[in-house]
Design a protein around this ligand. Sequence first.
Ligand SMILES: Cc1cc2nc3c(=O)[nH]c(=O)nc-3n(C[C@H](O)[C@H](O)[C@H](O)COP(=O)(O)OP(=O)(O)OC[C@H]3O[C@@H](n4cnc5c(N)ncnc54)[C@H](O)[C@@H]3O)c2cc1C
Length: 330
Amino acid sequence: MPHRFGAVVIGAGSFGAWTARELRRRGLAVTLLDAYGPGNSRSSSGGESRIIRMGYGPDDIYTRWAMRDLELWRELFAQTGQPLFHRTGVLWFARTQAQDPYNSASLDAFRRLSVPHQTLTAADLKRLYPQIALDERITWALLEPESGVLMARRAVAAVVERAIREGVEYRCSKVAPTSGEGRLEAVLTPGGDSISAETFVFCCGPWLGKVFPELLGDRIFPTRQEVFFFGLPPGDQRLGPPALPTWIDLGEEAYGMPDLEGRGLKARGPSIRGSTVSRSPRRPGPGGAGLPVRKHLQRRLPARPPPHPSQRLARRRRLRPRVQAWTLGR
Ligand SMILES: Cc1cc2nc3c(=O)[nH]c(=O)nc-3n(C[C@H](O)[C@H](O)[C@H](O)COP(=O)(O)OP(=O)(O)OC[C@H]3O[C@@H](n4cnc5c(N)ncnc54)[C@H](O)[C@@H]3O)c2cc1C
């Protein structure tokens, strides 16, 4: 049986979930569909956590979106009573203007758009964050005290739950647009169910090129980014909030988050073109993806007391990274 709705939103990641909710709030009858579920492990919005930051260099449009974005998430969590945003602060390590035009441009944007921020000297950094080892290239830093970390998967699920309560119909199904020229009339489920609507919004994230191969197949190039969680020494509070903020070091293409909800210190690995590598879990041994991340952390956040030689093996085991669930195929 064909179904007809005001709007059909395909994809219940962060973009689709919010789009469905917003269309419903504007009075449309809305159906939201996802092949695997809101914030699923294959999706970009899945996983434990995401940074919400205002710094986007010269791209004011993203800063303005991020400001609105944070406001909306905060409103949602006030309504649902879920503490899924951690205001850890976001600290950008910066270099001289010639080496680091991005942070200088973010600073200009913060002043123009009244984003709460502080600029810190290298001496301020040493005083405020003694656990961070700086090198001489970091001459200043930009702190966003109101920014922080969203508990991503649970936050997306919270938007969808709220949207359903507000009248959105949610269905777990993969759909494909009907073929043909001109205006799109319907999408089809694998079972042959046809869902038609006045408006379709495809929020399929990295799948968009597969959904519209002729239009977008050679324009969207999803990358894979591995993230690692490092266990902390017992009782170590230097690496959790509020002692340690979320940090971003563009010069080293690195970022990390403090230990949130006992998950350990999070840090990212290099970006890899998605289709060029296997999605099977890789062992984090020598040459594995975790090695550069571990080395970066050992340099930037050295352990407090130098370990006794007999403790080194145990420490190495504790710091062995665990690869998050970024290994499922898209
Ligand atoms: C490792 C990693 C770290 C990141 N860190 C940050 C960060 O710290 N801060 C930040 O701001 N951003 C970060 N990002 C980017 C951010 O997560 C993404 O921009 C955002 O989640 C994209 O959301 P989306 O809704 O567009 O896509 P997705 O979350 O991928 O959602 C797309 C949805 O569409 C569904 N779908 C696809 N095709 C179909 C179909 N045919 N039928 C039905 N459903 C379909 C999928 O199942 C999926 O749920 C990161 C991304 C990654 C991968």
